[in-house]
Design a binder for this molecule. Structure first.
Ligand code: PMP
Length: 285
């Protein structure tokens, strides 16, 4: 596989970054994952704008213009012959000479930029989407700026491991009795035909897929309520699902051992998944 590091395209085994990189030492960096369908990028501009926002919030200069980012994404898709899959990008504050809590001078320490692609031929015909996933709930003990897409993913990773250990697929995180989001996705319930998902704030990542799915839902006359919901309300819901760039709309069929409806993917979640894939294919670039 060919990867991109600070301006160079290299075989993955030859790509290197400094041990002093603040991404490595301090999780001082941000990332994006853009999905590739039929060799084209879904919602490229949404991911680019969120990258700019994340970098701005951390005071890291965006090292490339929109068209340069697009070019690197396309080069990796082409050079690695990606049909379905994704492109991962990461920008860190860079590698100063020494480890120090103080941010380095941006004049001398430039951000580190890494991109790579991953193929996923089963992206659309996902066996998980046909069965639906089971989630457990765990305390949300992450920091207070979850709207910034940092590479600080240890707790979400631990949450996923707790779910696997419990015989489930993923975890929903809970703060003050209310669901914030999944370990790597936004969380939704459906009751009486209404789609309910937590409103945007610093408590959750502002999902690019979330924005698209809510738009498609409203265009299809499905009512949307952007508000918090409790675990109890979720367990009583007709349907549930999660969204992310890499899983699209993924039906949830069980929460903390309680089956939703028949315990199979619900009709509205299934329909939303179809609409999302169809519409995203049309606008991919
Ligand atoms: N919430 C969290 C915590 C995530 O990690 C992700 C995916 N990175 C999402 C939500 C979904 O965001 P998107 O739809 O932009 O992939």
């Amino acid at each position: 596989r060919i990867v991109y590091v600070n301006g160079d395209y290299l075989p993955e085994g030859e790509a290197k970054i400094s041990i002093f990189d603040r991404g490595f030492l301090m999780a001082d960096g941000v990332y994006e994952v853009t999905t590739v369908i039929d060799g084209k990028l879904i919602d490229f501009d949404g991911h680019f704008l969120r990258l700019e926002r994340s970098l701005g919030e951390l005071g890291i200069e965006n090292p490339m213009a929109r068209d340069e980012w697009l070019d690197v994404h396309r080069q990796l898709v082409a050079q690695n012959d990606v049909g379905h899959g994704m492109v991962y990008l990461q920008v860190t504050r860079g590698a100063p000479g020494d480890r120090d809590f103080i941010f380095p001078d941006p004049e001398t320490t430039k951000p580190t930029v890494v991109l790579f692609s991953q193929a996923n031929p089963a992206l659309i015909d996902s066996p998980k989407a046909k069965k639906g996933i089971k989630v457990i709930t765990i305390d949300d003990i992450r920091w207070g700026r979850r709207d910034i897409k940092t590479v600080q993913l240890l707790y979400p990773s631990m949450g996923k491991m707790m779910a696997l250990k419990a015989g489930c697929d993923d975890a929903w995180m809970v703060q003050d009795g209310e669901v914030t989001e999944g370990t790597s996705n936004n969380a939704y319930i459906i009751k009486g035909g209404r789609i309910i998902t937590r409103a945007l704030s610093n408590d959750i990542l502002h999902g690019i897929t979330r924005a698209a799915v809510l738009r498609f839902a409203r265009e299809s006359q499905m009512p949307v309520e952007e508000r918090s919901f409790t675990v109890e309300e979720a367990m009583q819901a007709d349907e549930a699902f999660v969204t992310s760039a890499s899983t699209f709309v993924m039906p949830v069929v069980e929460i903390d051992g309680a089956k939703l409806g028949a315990g199979t993917p619900g009709p509205l979640a299934t329909r939303l998944r179809e609409i999302y894939i169809e519409e995203s294919r049309k606008t991919a670039i």
